[in-house]
Design a protein around this ligand. Structure first.
Ligand SMILES: [Mn+2]
Length: 424
């Protein structure tokens, strides 16, 4: 059985307000080509299909288009589970259509799947011959062996609808959470058989994995990390989603991998290749895995021009990183005017950020700080910000009182010393 593992498509995601849909369409094309070329029998999509719980219609359309093409009219099995970015109910809303084409959409971690809802046998289509809570057995026409798949969509406390621990201690939380995930996997995994290819698919954060900026903010207050032990439940391969960098989970007893996102979604992913995983498995044997690299997305690169705008212009002229999304940091002696910025943007549509850095200014400021009295510094700062206006003496006094009430706050009884109040 040939299995293709992918995840974290984040359809509809933007980069600093710029649409990535063109690249996402290209990725779907590329994926469909790979699946055909590699004669894949089963596609596993390990969560975060969409970027938000309420994705734009164009993203949903692209997902259904992808499912339709990947499933090849029901001949190839496709399984997609919900990640933390997906709305679990919404992801499954198309299930009545999907099941007839060998496609399983699984939203919640304890979802009970029904057998026999897929096509009838002997039609040359994928058949779900048995199923239950968190698992199913599929017969795929191109395979002589059945696939048994344990599925655990994003298992946060709220999606499990369970309180796993009252403790706020991170270590205890992790232990309780690991125990619960382990338990669920073990229960689902009881349906594994030695005559089948046994697989696991989930969307979670196994401790020790390498993060990148594009998945980071959503981990706060959602679900703790899981210890690697929870991944040993009898599957021959565990397909994971959540981390956007492709990586194998260290310390796992069977191959357990993050396929990573198909496109780079943050500048912290600069220089990391994007890929999908091809897995080949037979009953009772260790699987083999192969990473297939993707070229659909434009790279994300950082430019640092220490020699200023002329250096940037040089790079533009020579066509450096022609297709890339660029984050530019340019060293300058005076602020960039709108003409400079317009000139740069006109030459490269994917110049995302332009950040001026003032190394000389920083040095001047540092020197000035060491010599000038504090009220002089404040006057200079005020002039700088207002384009040369002189601050009122009252404002200067107030500023001095704020930064050092003991020394300058004598005339104001109410405020004097209040900054230090309660310091003991
Ligand atoms: Mn993700």
């Amino acid at each position: 059985m040939r299995i293709l593992h992918t995840s974290d498509w984040h359809l509809g995601r933007m980069l600093e307000g710029r649409s990535r849909i063109e690249e996402q369409v290209k990725f779907v094309d590329e994926l469909c080509r790979i699946v055909e070329d590699e004669a894949v029998d089963l596609v596993l999509i390990a969560g975060d299909v969409f970027d938000t719980v309420n994705p734009p219609a164009i993203a949903e359309e692209l997902f259904y288009e992808a499912l339709n093409r990947l499933s090849a009219g029901g001949k190839r099995a496709v399984v997609a589970i919900a990640g933390n970015h997906d709305n679990p109910e919404r992801l499954c809303a198309a299930s009545p259509l999907a099941v007839r084409n060998g496609i399983t959409l699984c939203g919640l971690p304890k979802e009970v799947l029904m057998p026999g809802l897929l096509a009838q046998p002997n039609q040359g289509k994928v058949v779900r011959v048995a199923a239950g809570q968190g698992w199913m057995e599929l017969h795929i026409p191109s395979c002589s062996d059945p696939a048994i798949i344990a599925m655990l969509p994003y298992p946060s406390e709220s999606r499990l609808n369970e309180v796993l621990s009252e403790s706020l201690d991170e270590e205890i939380l992790r232990q309780e959470y690991t125990k619960r995930v382990q338990q669920l996997f073990a229960t689902f995994g009881k349906n594994f058989r030695p005559d089948a290819v046994n697989l696991g698919v989930s969307h979670l954060f196994v401790r020790g994995g390498m993060e990148s900026e594009s998945e980071r903010p959503i981990q706060l207050g959602s679900a703790p990390t899981v210890e690697v032990e929870a991944m040993s439940f009898g599957a021959q391969y565990v397909a994971l989603g959540h981390l956007h960098r492709a990586q194998a989970v260290k310390g796992a007893l069977v191959p357990t991998r993050y396929s990573g996102s198909p496109l780079a979604y943050s500048f912290s992913e600069t220089g990391y290749a994007k890929s999908v995983i091809l897995v080949e498995g037979f009953p009772g044997q260790a699987v083999t895995t192969r990473e297939i690299f993707l070229s659909a997305g434009y790279p994300l690169v950082k430019w640092q021009a220490k020699e200023g705008l002329t250096q940037v212009q040089g790079w533009l002229d020579e066509g450096k990183d022609l297709n890339a999304w660029i984050d530019l940091e340019v060293f300058v002696t005076s602020a960039l005017n709108s003409q400079d910025i317009h000139t740069l943007r006109r030459q490269r549509e994917r110049l995302v950020n332009i950040r001026p850095v003032f190394p000389e200014m920083e040095q001047i400021v540092a020197e000035a700080r060491s010599k000038l009295p504090i009220d002089e510094l404040f006057r200079k700062f005020y002039q700088d910000r207002t384009g040369g206006a002189e601050p009122e003496q009252e404002l200067v006094s107030l500023f001095l009182a704020l930064i050092d009430p003991d020394k300058h706050g004598g005339s104001n009884e109410e405020n004097g010393g209040s900054l230090q109040g309660g310091a003991a």
